[in-house]
Design a protein around this ligand. Structure first.
Ligand code: ATP
Length: 319
């Protein structure tokens, strides 16, 4: 293999730059040329492709976001659009593509692989919602960001006898919320995997308040309910000031933590090794502290991410 491409896609995640840097430098060390594709699948379709040298990824290891840019490009679901994208790479004799992104980006990579263009997926998303890996690139950095926010909210809510609701990202995956709840000592943890009953939640907060509790932190994943409305309901029933904080995109930014930098570097290098070994249509993961790879089609279609029940149980025991 002589030429490969690399792109970042979907929501940006801290550590994506470290992954791209590792792909670029490992490939160059093995005599392979690397082409950076700017703005995800949109840029691939529009031919925004530039050869990358070692120095193009200098000063990148500690930077959040993605210097290659990312985009949401739903048109990539259309086969004709993917044909153009593949043709753009073939024009430059690019033989394979490394895609750093979330499950949507994996779908694009899977479909290009099915069309005969080999892709390797690296899990880049703060949501930790990708099958075939224990952790995704960006998750631990986002977790630290959320913990920092919870610590600050704890200081002020305990000083003011206030209940704090913290809305945390993750879409359909409660990992970020659960881990943050444990690390931040939240009293209540609400995640998409377990459903949500507002009456039960409020009754249990009221019962805690009646027992003398003066402040509480409620960790809740985004898209479950309107947290501002929930705050009003809780305040009315408990007579304790209740405020909702939506952490939003602050969770996506920032310099990647040590774990994400190192894991992204290992995964990026591993992706290149796999291509050299002739592997294609794989997605890279880390499982039980070992680098692994799985069929990207199988991972998307058949490998459900196991729910971490013991972590969920711990949020209840320790609250
Ligand atoms: P995150 O989980 O952080 O949001 P993601 O990779 O899941 O990241 P998406 O917006 O779902 O983010 O997907 C990124 C891009 O992948 C889309 O904008 C689109 O270009 C492409 N994509 C998503 N789904 C498909 C699909 N079914 N077929 C082909 N391409 C897809």
């Amino acid at each position: 293999i002589k030429k490969i491409g690399v792109l970042t896609s979907g929501g940006d995640a801290p550590g994506m730059n470290a992954a791209v840097r590792a792909v670029v430098r490992t490939a160059i060390a093995k005599g392979i040329e690397v082409y950076g594709i700017y703005d995800g699948y949109l840029g691939l379709h529009e031919g925004r492709i530039k050869k990358l040298e070692r120095h193009n990824v200098s000063d990148m290891i500690n930077r959040g976001g993605t210097f290659l840019g990312s985009a949401r490009f739903p048109e990539f679901k259309e086969e004709s659009v993917r044909h153009t994208a593949i043709a753009n790479m073939r024009k430059l004799d690019i033989e394979a593509l490394v895609v750093v992104g979330g499950d949507g980006s994996y779908m694009g990579a899977k479909k290009m692989t099915e069309m005969g263009f080999p892709c390797i997926g690296l899990p880049g998303t703060i949501d930790n919602d990708i099958a075939g890996t224990d952790y995704t690139i960006g998750f631990h950095t986002a977790l630290n960001t959320v913990l920092d926010a919870i610590d600050r909210l704890r200081d002020t809510s305990s000083s003011h006898n206030r209940i704090s609701i913290v809305e945390i990202m993750g879409r359909h995956c409660g990992d970020l919320t659960m881990m943050a709840a444990i690390g931040g000592g939240a009293e209540f943890t609400i995640i998409p995997e377990k459903g949500y009953n507002e009456d039960e939640l409020v009754a249990s907060i009221v019962s805690d308040v009646e027992k003398g509790k003066k402040h509480a932190i409620i960790a809740i994943t985004e898209h479950i309910t309107n947290v501002a409305d929930l705050a009003m309901v809780i305040e009315k029933r408990t007579h304790l000031e209740t405020r909702a904080t939506i952490l939003g995109h602050t969770q996506r930014g920032g310099s990647p933590c040590a774990f994400d930098r190192i894991m992204a570097s290992e995964m990026g290098a591993f992706a290149v090794e796999l291509l050299i070994q002739g592997e294609a249509g794989r997605c890279v993961g880390i499982q039980s502290n070992k680098l692994t790879h799985h069929d990207i089609i199988d991972a998307i279609e058949n490998m459900a991410r196991p729910f971490n029940q013991s972590i969920y149980d711990l949020t209840k025991i320790l609250s």
